[in-house]
Structures are given as C-alpha cells and as structure tokens.
Design a protein around this ligand. Sequence first.
Ligand SMILES: [Ca+2]
Ligand SMILES: [Ca+2]
Length: 243
Amino acid sequence: MLKGFVGLFLTLMVILIPVMMSLAGTLIEDFDDGDAEGWERSPQNKDSKVFWGVKDGAMMFDPKGIPWQQAISQMNFVGTSKVSNVREWTDYDVEVDIKLTEIANYPGGIRGRVDLKTGGHYVVWLYPASGEIKLYKNPGWDINTGIATVGSGNFAPKVDEYRKVKLSMKGDSIKVYYDGKVVIDGTDKEHKKGTIAVGSQDKAVYFDNITVTGPEIPNWNMSPVEPTEKLTTVWGQIKANDR
Ligand SMILES: [Ca+2]
Ligand SMILES: [Ca+2]
C-alpha cells in the first residue's frame, strides 16, 4: 500500500516538475528596435532635462550636466498590453548588461520588485570609484528616503564595455551577481513584488540586453524586429545564395 503511494508520488513528481519548470517565462529587451515602448520615467525628477532614451541599441542615461539632486532618476518597466502583469512579479531574476562611461561614482544600477504606486524597491547600486557594489532597499522612489543596506560586495569596474549585473529575488533571498558570480547574498522580506527599473544619479551609463525570468514572467521579446543593418546583410546573403 505504502509502496503504491510512493510510486504514485514519484510518478506525479516526474510529470509535475517539468510542467512547473516550463511555467517560467523570459522577457527580453535589447532595445535593438530603437524604441522604449513599455518604459516610463519615475515621478522623481520626472521633468528634469536629463536624457533617457534609446541610443546605440541600448537604454542610455545622460545627466546633461544637471546637478545630481535634479538629475537622479529612473526608468521603470511599466509593461504593455502584451505584458500587463508587472505589478504581480514576485520571484524572478533580472539581468542587465551595464556599460559605464567613467570610473566614478554614481552611475546607479538596477531595481527589482518596484512598487509602481509607492516606489518601494530593492536596488543594486554600483560604486566604480571604490569598486563596491551595494544592495539597498527603499520605501519610496527617492533612494535617500529610508534607505537601508541589505548587503554589499566588490566588483572590478570596467569602462566602455558591457558587464552583466543580475538581481535574483526568491522569497526573502535576494542575491546579486556580477559577471555570473555571486557578490551579495542577502536576506530581506520587506518588498514582495513589483517591476524592474534602471536608474542613475549623475553619470552617463548604458543598459542593454535586459532579461527577466521567473514563474510570472511572460515569454515576450520587447524588441522583436531585427536591426535594419542586420536584415539588409541577411537579405544580401540570401540573394547571393540564390545565384
Ligand atoms: Ca541592444
Ligand atoms: Ca521595443
């Protein structure tokens, strides 16, 4: 009898585990289609004349010489009609390629579990000048209102090349990876769900190849169109092969 139950249980697990795993989806945003559909400025300094937009196939921030108090700002992924559940994202990984333009503090970083109502969030913040990487939590949009440190680590900053930063949130386990290695292994249970964001204080910075994976994440590519240049090359090759 017991043997039968164990057998049934094992059979069920063999069937259910792949089903459960297949529920996890991946959202991709590489900005190669040149638009920022689904992205919106946070309320903080929303009207300041800093640059936020797609440049060189990436989301770029340029403070335009504006003092940091007015420059510090974020771009939130608010979703689209095809990706409408961003407020419900709970356990997920968000990986972003970040390109620094100088070894100087404060180029910002990435946010997770952003509450689009209050601005509450977790944020990975890079300190290139000292080679530090920090994980903070915050109850509002402005990083300086009630900021608390969840963990910190080190990284080797590089200029003018993309490096991978990942924020992984599973229940109260909040981890940060730099180029695939865990640099912060934190625990916190304050922020349970919400969307992703990228942000900076007052240094020019690029964000690209954003991937979000998790059970509630829809399989969707925010930039499905091949860049014109690439397409032209492909068509050229097809024509050449036809001859
Ligand atoms: Ca890109
Ligand atoms: Ca797009």
